[in-house]
Design a binder for this molecule. Structure first.
Ligand code: SF4
Length: 360
């Protein structure tokens, strides 16, 4: 192992005492079964705790265990996930649940390597489940932990570099207390989330690592952790159509591979079309534009791409191309998972569609 930073020898005891005194109360901490820890960790990837809380409760109410998750229909699963984004997380949850049913008799495996072999589970999540649910002494190193370790040790390695990450993981492994690995991992993550903040000044005055933290002593928190520059996101322009007819609103299934695979979307084409070009596109789908109701602009940011969208809400006549699937307001609200990228268009459709029983 690289030269071990001496400051870290003092971390475990101080950190656990701090955690014991004021850990956040979170539902998955009440009953940390593997299923609960796993589900919460997958939901928390890319999503804030406050946003995850209602989803977590609702998901568990419908799918309380691995068997229920393995058996649920995909559309129902995606509906439960609607709004959380990164839908492959939900699909991988189900794939892993099915693997657990088939290969492990429905019992969540307890060792790190087997957990890591399940679909959608990386080193961090495997470490979190193995340590929190099964008491295994393995690290769980996420962005929060990398930040904290880099600041405490003053290490200037690029934390996006795999070798640096492995070095930090080895250091955490070396100081993991054998009797409380799960608490230690959670405490380290919590310190990164609540005290040693990613944006803006860390709250060093409240931090148990303050007496031995390099970044605090040398006032270098604003340059640590070191991260190499990311390549800028690609911008894609799109024109989105909210097509309304007596049959409801037109949706279309996205292809089975790629971004937002298999989800429902409002029909759209590349480029920002003006109204005459948009009318031609509507006719290409075999529909007749009758009344243009609204023009909208929206932007959605994914990790590598930004969609800049122009939308038209219009009434049309005809059934249109086979790819279009007409759905009424209740179908839009309860059956078809439409990703958050289309939230503005979905709201416009809901406004324009009649309630059940209402005259059109
Ligand atoms: S003392 Fe400050 S910089 Fe150091 S770990 Fe704590 S919050 Fe972060």
């Amino acid at each position: 192992m690289d030269q071990f930073p001496q400051q870290l020898y003092r971390l475990s005891e101080a950190l656990l005492a701090w955690y014991d005194a004021g850990a956040r109360v979170l539902p998955w901490r009440d009953d940390p079964t593997a299923y609960h820890v796993w589900l919460s960790e997958i939901m928390l990837q890319q999503t804030r705790v406050s946003a995850v809380l209602p989803y977590y409760e609702r998901f568990l109410a419908v799918l309380p265990d691995v068997a229920a998750l393995a058996a649920v229909e995909e559309d129902r699963l995606l509906k439960l996930w609607e709004g959380l984004g990164y839908y492959n997380r939900a699909r991988n949850l189900q794939k892993a649940a099915r693997r657990i049913m088939e290969d492990y008799g429905g019992v969540f495996p307890g060792d790190y390597e087997t957990i890591l072999s399940l679909p959608g589970i990386g080193e961090y999540t495997a470490g979190a489940v193995a340590s929190i649910a099964f008491g295994r002494a393995v690290p769980a190193v996420d962005g929060n932990v990398l930040r904290v370790i880099s600041r405490i040790t003053g290490d200037e390695g690029d934390v996006l570099d795999g070798a640096v990450k492995r070095r930090f993981s080895a250091w955490v492994q070396a100081i993991l207390p054998a009797d409380r690995p799960g608490d230690f991992n959670q405490a380290l993550m919590e310190l990164g989330a609540m005290v040693c903040l990613p944006n803006g000044a860390p709250k060093c005055a409240q931090c148990p690592a303050r007496p031995f933290c390099t970044a605090c002593r040398e006032d270098t928190w604003n340059v640590l952790p070191v991260k190499r520059k990311k390549t800028p996101r690609r911008i894609e322009e799109k024109t989105v159509f909210v097509l309304l007819s007596s049959q409801g609103v037109a949706l279309r299934r996205r292809t089975a591979k790629g971004l937002l695979a298999g989800l429902w979307e409002f029909p759209n084409v590349d480029g920002a079309l003006d109204e005459p070009a948009a009318a031609q596109q509507v006719q290409r789908w075999g529909l007749v534009p009758m009344e243009w109701l609204e023009q909208l602009e929206a932007k959605h940011i994914f990790s590598h791409v930004e969609w800049h969208m122009r939308g038209y809400v219009l009434r049309v006549r005809g059934r249109g191309a086979a790819e279009l699937c007409w759905t009424d307001r209740s179908g839009l609200e309860t059956e078809r998972a439409v990703p958050a990228a289309f939230a503005k268009f979905r709201a416009a459709a809901q406004n324009a569609l009649p309630e059940q029983g209402e005259e059109t």
